[in-house]
Design a protein around this ligand. Structure first.
Ligand code: HEC
Ligand code: HEC
Length: 145
C-alpha cells in the first residue's frame, strides 16, 4: 500500500512539471521598456550633443563641453580629461588648455598640476545639449541690462 503511494507520487512529477511549463508559456509578460530585450531604442534626439562650441551666456560661465564625455573616467586615481586638457598634453592633443584659474590653490598660489578644487570637471562643465529647461529660468547676464 505504502509503496503504491510513493510510485504514484513519483509518476505525478512529470505531469506537474509539464503543466507548469505550459502555464509559463501562456503568461503574457510585458517588458517595462515596451520592446524586446535585444531591440535597440534610439535616444531622444533632443538630448544629443550639439555640434560646435556654444557661446557662453556670461563671462565667467564654465564653457559647455562640445564633445561626448561618456567614455572619460574621472575618479580619485585617474582623470582622463587631463590627458587632453592639462597644459602638459594640450598642445599635442590639439585641445584647449585648462584655464589658468584651474592651477591656483585656495590661497591663490600657482601650481604646476591641477588644483584639487578643479579636479572633478563635471561638477562645473556639462556637455552641450539642446534640452528643454527643467525649471523656469529668468537669468540675464549683467551686460544684458
Ligand atoms: C581626446 C581628447 C579630449 C579628452 C579626453 C577631453 N577633451 Fe575636452 N576638448 C577636446 C578638444 C579637441 C576640444 C575642442 C573642441 C572644439 O573646439 O570643437 C575640447 C573642448 C572642451 C571644452 C570647451 C572649452 C572651451 O573653451 O569652449 C571643455 C569645457 C572640455 N573640452 C571639457 C572636457 C572634460 C570635462 C573632459 C573629461 C570629461 C574632456 N574635455 C575630455 C579634447 C578632449
Ligand atoms: C569649480 C568649477 C570648475 C571645475 C571643477 C573645472 N572647471 Fe574648467 N572652467 C571653470 C570656469 C568657471 C571656467 C571659465 C572661467 C575661467 O577661465 O576660469 C573654466 C574654463 C575651462 C576651460 C576653457 C579654458 C579657456 O581658456 O578657454 C577648459 C578647457 C576647462 N575649463 C576644462 C576643465 C577640465 C578638463 C576640468 C577638470 C580637470 C575643469 N575644467 C574643472 C570652472 C571649472
Amino acid at each position: 500500500m505504502k509503496k503504491s503511494i510513493v510510485t504514484g507520487g513519483i509518476a505525478l512529477i512529470p505531469v506537474l512539471l509539464l503543466s507548469g511549463f505550459a502555464l509559463a508559456q501562456s503568461a503574457n509578460v510585458e517588458t517595462l521598456r515596451g520592446a524586446d530585450v535585444d531591440e535597440l531604442i534610439p535616444l531622444d534626439q533632443i538630448h544629443k550633443n550639439v555640434e560646435g562650441r556654444m557661446q557662453r551666456n556670461y563671462r565667467q560661465q564654465p564653457p559647455l563641453v562640445p564633445h561626448s564625455i561618456e567614455q572619460y573616467q574621472i575618479d580619485v586615481r585617474t582623470n582622463q580629461c587631463l590627458s587632453c586638457h592639462d597644459w602638459t598634453k594640450a598642445g599635442e592633443r590639439n585641445a584647449p588648455t585648462l584655464s589658468m584659474t584651474h592651477y591656483l590653490d585656495r590661497e591663490g598660489r600657482e601650481l604646476d598640476h591641477i588644483a584639487g578644487t578643479r579636479y572633478f570637471c563635471n561638477q562645473c562643465h556639462v556637455p552641450q545639449a539642446d534640452a528643454p529647461a527643467l525649471v523656469d529660468n529668468v537669468f540675464e547676464p549683467s551686460s544684458g541690462n
